[in-house]
Design a protein around this ligand. Structure first.
Ligand SMILES: C[S@@+](CC[C@H](N)C(=O)[O-])C[C@H]1O[C@@H](n2cnc3c(N)ncnc32)[C@H](O)[C@@H]1O
Length: 172
């Protein structure tokens, strides 16, 4: 797992207003690389993952860690309209997309980045169930206000990936 914060999350954070003590969610946070970035922006962060070892690997003031299986609806830990910001990187489960969106406050933001179709020929994940189709992230977020979207293919030395990335806002 990578330890540096996602460049996409960094870029989006440089573009949106982030009030002090904004409540942020890092869903499927892994070892917390992006949670730590959000905490540096003075967000209060809820970092959720199923893997206890990943959660134990980081600690910061302003980060609350929660171990749960977010794919089990009975465990769904999030109330509606509570987060100023939700970020998801390198994780995809289409079935919980509506739950994710409904947890964002009015005028709150969603930053999402994960692998796209074609990635199976460059590296992991190979299973197409975990790969976004062309423009799929746009349709999954169609009731949100689009700010930035890109589909990128990077091949540079050992680095090879296809990613789809979005920043959008729950502006009703
Ligand atoms: C590829 S890692 C990405 C981690 C982090 N978002 C990042 O970009 O560094 C995927 C993460 O999803 C977590 N995960 C997978 N299934 C999950 C589930 N059902 N509930 C919660 N977390 C899950 C894994 O434990 C892992 O930490």
């Amino acid at each position: 797992m990578i330890n540096k914060a996602s460049n996409w999350v960094k870029y989006c954070m440089s573009q949106i207003p982030c009030k002090k003590e904004a409540l942020a969610l890092d869903l499927a946070c892994g070892r917390g690389r992006n949670s730590i970035l959000l905490a540096k922006y003075n967000c209060k962060v809820i970092s959720i993952d199923i893997d206890i070892l990943s959660l134990k690997s980081f600690n910061r003031k302003n980060i609350i860690k929660v171990q749960t299986d977010i794919e089990n609806f009975l465990n769904w830990p999030l109330n509606k309209d509570i987060f100023d910001l939700v970020i998801v990187t390198n994780f995809l489960n289409r079935k919980i997309f509506n739950n994710i969106k409904s947890s964002i406050k009015n005028n709150g933001y969603l930053i999402y980045e994960t692998f796209g179709e074609g990635q199976q020929f460059l590296g992991k994940p190979k299973n197409r169930k975990f790969l976004l189709k062309k423009n799929e992230l746009l349709s999954l977020t169609k009731n949100l206000k689009l700010i930035f979207y890109e589909e990128v293919k990077v091949i540079s030395g050992e680095t090879k990936f296809i990613k789809n990335r979005i920043l959008c806002q729950n502006a009703r």
